[in-house]
Ligand binder design. Structure first.
Ligand SMILES: [Mg+2]
Length: 203
């Protein structure tokens, strides 16, 4: 029987990311300036997040596209070291561990997901999730939300979903989720809504 669940996006909710950090480091070892690097990977990023490119293929093609003077392993490390934890969010969620199941729903690659889960304590209370690279579809499409409902045995009406992007929130609400449009600058607003939801479900 479905129970109340907290379902969360990752990027700009649980961890922040700054691609320019990686771009600056890559640019030191590439003929291309930092500002040009992101665009040079545009043709790879979508297929990589949707699971159409595996990690090895992505790394090989990215190193080639950027003319990076280094190994694929070195590039992978730089590619992953772009995240920082949302400390306010960790402080809010940590005390809820064990009180409410927490799951993830993220557009991400296998490379980033493995790195994030290994590196940051904020993921500790989370138990599994659905990721675009393995689901082979991505937000804001409905398909990945439907897979999430199915695979995680969710009742959307009992699920508090957190995401920072409006189109993802719109899809979630259309499918009946209780959705919170997160903005780290208004974390207190999030806390109030979450607490009200917890009280409503006597959690
Ligand atoms: Mg996000």
């Amino acid at each position: 029987m479905p129970v109340p669940v907290l379902l969360s996006d990752i990027g700009n909710v649980l961890t922040f990311f700054d691609f320019s950090v990686a771009a600056r480091r890559v640019a030191e070892r590439s003929p291309w300036p930092a500002e040009a690097l992101s665009a040079r990977l545009d043709h790879l990023k979508g297929p990589f997040e949707n699971g159409d490119l595996d990690d090895a293929t992505f790394l090989r093609e990215a190193v080639a596209a950027l003319e990076f003077r280094g190994s694929e392993a070195e590039f992978a490390r730089i590619w992953c070291e772009i995240f920082t934890e949302n400390a306010a969010m960790r402080a809010t969620l940590e005390p809820l561990a064990g009180r409410i199941p927490m799951r993830l729903l993220s557009n991400t690659s296998g490379l980033h997901k493995e790195h994030l889960l290994a590196e940051f304590g904020i993921f500790q209370p989370f138990d599994g999730g659905v990721y675009s690279y393995s689901a082979k579809c991505s937000k804001p499409g409905e398909e990945i939300f439907r897979k999430t409902i199915e695979e995680l045995d969710l009742d959307p009406a009992l699920t508090f979903y957190i995401d920072d992007l409006e189109p993802n929130i719109a899809t979630a609400r259309r499918l009946g989720f209780e959705a919170h449009h997160y903005d780290a600058r208004r974390h207190d607003e999030f806390e109030r809504e979450l607490n009200a939801w917890l009280r409503n479900h006597e959690l």
